[in-house]
Ligand binder design. Sequence first.
Ligand SMILES: [Zn+2]
Length: 428
Amino acid sequence: MDPVEHAYAHELFERLFRELSAIGLDAAGATTRLAWTPEAAAAARWFDQTARALGLEPERDACGNQWAWLGERGPGAVVSGSHLDSVREGGRYDGALGVVAGFVAVHLAARRRELGGRDGGPLAAVTLGVVAFADEEGGRFDSPTFGSRALCGTLDVAAALERRDRDGVSLRDALSAFGVDPDGIGPEPERLAQIGALVELHIEQDTLLEREGAALALGTRIMPHGRWRLDLHGEAAHAGTTPIDARRDPMLALAEAVSAAHAAALRHGALATVGKLEVSPNATNAVAERVSAWLDVRAAQESTVAGTVDDVLAAIRARADHDGVRVEMRRESFTPAVEFSPALRARVAAVLTERGLRALPMATGAGHDAGALAACVPTAMLFVRSDGGAGHSPREHARSEDCLTGIGALTDVLLELANQESGALADV
Ligand SMILES: [Zn+2]
């Protein structure tokens, strides 16, 4: 970006990011924008208003994903975006940065066309788009990458619709209340067939780039990852009258699960997390009747994930047998390793190299919409350096200058891809 464009982009980025950050922000600085909630509705309105203000045409697909188009939607469209939902008490950058970056980059691309120059012209033939995928985090219904997988046809929609949130509301009812027809959710192959490339920009949520002294990374693959639900059934009892050796306390097997997950992950070189619990009756003075816990495991290889989970389950069973606790464990979701399109990655890398931008190749353990979409369309990911490496936390931060470096790179990439798609269409 030249200095004039940089100043313009900086102001637009700061303004859009500030507007979006205000939605779902609590007094402690944490962001909670769960899917299909009033906060999600406010973010959706922000998306539509921003699109219109920048001269883009907004629309929503049957899966609840939002799109904004510069020009008529047609074959070879080049799209950028991410998601607007967050985890509970998460950060401001995860997903939001990618949507804001998409808007700024598409706007800069259009502005360059208006101002003329070598990047003009071909955009007339190829549409640029911005997308915000619905419910990427799965923070309310444990249904991660809901919108992108539903769109692609890789989600068991019927099963997902029956999931319930903490208040017992089903996803089906939440969708209806939000104005999305649950029975209309399903793949849209025609829409997907028109997308020539999807490039998602995302905050890194790791410290690799800080350590390497680079502002950008280009995604290579997403590691396989899964979620397992663990139900431990004991017997409720009085904390003051039931002898310690006469209890069937599921908390002991839970404790074993937490420490076994940590030990197994260290042993296997995996990541394992027990980050969510439900306890019944959840009383200070009662031995629990039941504990439900969720185990999240990720590793470079699927066999490593499986080995880690097997070890955890064996440890839980040993403890539970000892205590007379019944164990149920079932897989709630599993995403195999995803390789981003090597051809698209090479095209993106060539643009970055030509502009003198350094982007480290990076595999990630985090799930992303671009990973889910990789099953249907060519996708690539650009990661912007984290300041401190935090993710899913209010401490999540990226420096403005790094965000702008990412936006500049994204603009160049979108324009070059649009030029190439135009050329390819012209050749047909
Ligand atoms: Zn994200």
